[in-house]
Structures are given as structure tokens and as C-alpha cells.
Design a protein around this ligand. Structure first.
Ligand code: GDD
Length: 356
């Protein structure tokens, strides 16, 4: 099969859909006779793209406006590079492919579903536009040949939107154990001044729903019993200043490090700088955790993980096998589970090994 993948979000930017699309394209090359990716142009693209094992067609467009750009730009790319199917990482961009299928330019149109992009309506305060937007979403969901949610939770939300189960196949997110693996991270630990600490780690875009503030709330309880604990937060995002403010207010400066965005080449070492991965996400409709690829990446590095029961996280963590699932928004429960793993290195090692 010849396959075109279309995505609003792609490296060099970081985030879940970026990781998802890059991994799918990289690995589908082995199963398809040809794979290409269409996505927005970004600073740094020209360094990244030549190193990939598939061609990337960059369109001059803002991420959220790619659907409009495709109305004129998809067909010329498909004429030069005919494909059997187009796979969309977000439903928003699928309209142009559905029209191209009607014109006989492509056989099938497939659509992934994570969660936030499925539920988020940028026009919710403008009634007319909001109705149009929902109408367009329904039309795409009704006309796509097949839908691929990343967790059982997301599949359930698709069904709530009227998609018949026969048109849905859950494809649980994965990660690449060749890219994420245990390695010595003593240099990073030294650089960050946390060589002799027990390190709690979160790697994510810094947005409210990720529950980093819940970890900060739990931290004092943990420190009371294990004073050499340090919390390392990797990633950038709109919530950073608020989180830093909480750290100052709670007098936690010497126990918390915000390392910022880390380049792709270094991300594995940062995972390995942690002893225990935590991300107790909260449900803030439409901002919900669709799955949590970061739990798999941490597990692949041999770390045990703790997440919440929010959204699709139960598809990412096997409770009591690869880590723990706690009720969302519950710092006391989180502190308890952190302490139980820090005080039982054998169990922590076992969860990490089973996770990998
Ligand atoms: N190199 C690097 N540097 N990578 C980063 C950084 C960084 O500073 N911050 C985050 N990432 C990468 C992680 O390694 C992971 O691969 C991805 O970005 C996850 O980003 P998140 O912020 O945690 O996820 P999301 O909310 O964008 O992703 C959504 O879609 C995913 C794919 O289906 C969510 O719904 C996730 O739950 C879902 O798994």
C-alpha cells in the first residue's frame, strides 16, 4: 500500500501527536511500499527532514489552519505522489481527503483520534461558527473509512459522537524500545546537581491538565519521610510560570528543577535521570489525557510509573505491574504510592523491568 500521512503537529515541535505521527511514519515504511508525510513548515525542519526514512511535504501554514491549506495543496501532492490511502493524525484535516476520494484520487481515508483535538471547539463562544464546526466534525466522522483511537477511553468518546463500533479499531499507542532504553545518566544528574537524590520525574508539555501541581502538593509529605527526594520537570508550556510560582510559595525551590525543553537527542538520558516517573493528569474537558505515551517511554527506560485514572491513562499503565494508577486530583494517595515505591527499590525495579 502507498500511504500519505497528514498531520498538523510534527517534529521538530514536541508533543504527543508529534511523537505519534513520527513513530507511525517511521515504522509504517516497513509495511507499506511508500509513505509520505504532509505537515506545516517549521523552523528547524530543513535539519530534521533529510534524516528521516520517508519524504516530508511541508506546507506554509499555521498548524490549526492546515485544513484550509490542504483544500488547494493536497491534490497537487497526490497527483505527483499517488497513494491508496491517506491517514490523518487529526480529524480536522480530513475534509480535503474525503473530497479527493470522491474525485477518485485516493481509495481510503483513515482518521486517528487522541482526545483533546477530538473534543476541542475553538469557536465555542461564536454560536454560528461553533455549529458549523461541529457539523464539519460530524461530516468527517461519518465519511472517514475507518477511525483509529489511541485508547479505549477515546474509542468510547467516538461512539458517544455517533461513530458505529464497526468503524473503530483501537490501536493502543506504543513506543520504540530502541529509542528509549536504560542508559547511564550520571552526567545529567551531575549537571543538574541531583547526583545523590531520589529523583521523581515528569516529562511533558507544561499544561494544566498534566497534574504537576498535584505532585507539588504531594511533595512536602514525601520530603517529610524521604528528605533526599528531588522533583525534575522536563518540558515547556503555558503553565510553567504558575507552577514556578507554586514552588516559590511552598518554599520548594531547592527540591524542584524545571529543566525546560530538552532536544530529541537528549531525551532518553533525561528519562534515565529519574528513579520514578509521575504524571497524575486531571480531566478538564475538553483537555483530557488521551493515553500518555510518556508512561511507555519511561517504562522503556526501566522506570516505574505513577499516573491517574484520568482519560486513557488506564490503557497506558498496568496497575500493580508497570506502576500504579491513583484517583485523579488526590495528592495524599499520590504521596503514599511514591513513598511505597521509594521505600521498596526491589518493587520499583520490578515494575520498571515489567514495563520495559
Ligand atoms: N524531546 C522532547 N523534549 N520531547 C518532549 C518534551 C521535551 O522537552 N516534552 C514532551 N516531549 C515528548 C515526550 O517525550 C512524548 O513523546 C510527547 O512529547 C508527549 O507529550 P505530552 O505533552 O505528554 O502529550 P500530549 O498531551 O501532547 O499528547 C496527546 O496525544 C498523545 C498521543 O496520542 C495526549 O492525548 C497523550 O495522552 C497521547 O498519548
Amino acid at each position: 500500500m502507498r500511504l500519505m500521512i497528514v498531520t498538523q503537529d510534527f517534529p521538530p515541535e514536541t508533543g504527543g501527536i508529534q511523537t505519534y505521527t513520527l513513530s507511525h511514519a517511521t515504522h509504517l515504511v516497513k509495511w507499506c511500499s511508500w509513505v509520505g508525510v504532509i505537515c506545516p513548515n517549521k523552523t528547524g525542519s530543513s535539519d530534521l527532514d533529510p534524516a528521516l526514512n520517508f519524504p516530508v511535504f511541508r506546507l506554509k501554514s499555521r498548524n490549526e489552519l492546515l485544513a484550509f491549506s490542504l483544500l488547494t495543496n493536497l491534490r497537487p501532492v497526490l497527483r505527483d505522489h499517488p497513494v491508496d490511502a491517506v491517514f490523518h493524525s487529526q480529524w480536522q484535516t480530513a475534509g480535503a481527503s474525503i473530497r479527493a476520494r470522491e474525485a477518485g484520487l485516493v481509495g481510503k481515508v483513515f482518521v486517528a483520534a487522541h482526545i483533546r483535538e477530538l473534543l476541542f471547539n475553538p469557536y465555542k463562544h461564536i454560536p454560528g461558527l461553533s455549529r458549523l464546526f461541529h457539523k464539519y466534525r460530524q461530516w468527517v466522522l461519518d465519511h472517514a473509512d475507518h477511525l483509529y483511537p489511541v485508547s479505549d477511553y477515546t474509542a468510547g468518546r467516538l461512539e458517544e459522537l455517533g461513530v458505529e463500533p464497526s468503524r473503530i479499531t483501537v490501536v493502543i499507542n506504543g513506543t520504540d524500545p530502541q529509542k528509549f532504553y536504560p542508559e547511564d545518566a550520571s552526567e545529567i544528574r551531575k549537571k543538574l546537581g541531583i547526583e545523590h537524590k531520589k529523583v521523581l520525574l515528569t516529562i511533558t508539555r507544561l499544561v494544566k491538565r498534566k497534574g504537576i501541581d498535584t505532585v507539588l502538593e504531594a511533595l512536602q509529605t514525601v520530603l517529610n519521610q524521604v528528605p533526599d527526594v528531588h522533583y525534575l520537570v522536563v518540558g515547556e508550556g503555558a503553565d510553567k510560570m504558575r507552577l514556578q510560582q507554586i514552588v516559590r510559595e511552598q518554599d520548594l525551590e531547592e527540591h524542584v528543577t524545571f529543566a525546560g525543553r530538552v532536544p530529541y537527542q537528549e531525551i532518553n538520558r533525561y528519562y534515565n535521570a529519574g528513579d520514578l516517573f509521575v504524571m497524575p493528569s486531571r480531566t478538564q474537558e475538553p483537555d483530557i489525557e488521551g493515553f500518555g505515551i510518556v508512561f511507555l517511554e519511561a517504562n522503556a527506560c526501566g522506570l516505574p510509573v505513577i499516573g491517574s485514572d484520568s482519560g486513557g491513562i488506564p490503557s497506558a499503565i498496568e496497575d500493580g505491574v508497570t506502576g500504579y494508577i491513583i484517583p485523579e486530583g488526590n495528592p495524599a494517595e499520590l504521596a503514599g504510592k511514591i513513598l511505597s515505591l521509594l521505600s521498596d527499590p526491589e518493587l520499583a525495579e520490578k515494575f520498571g523491568r515489567q514495563g520495559r
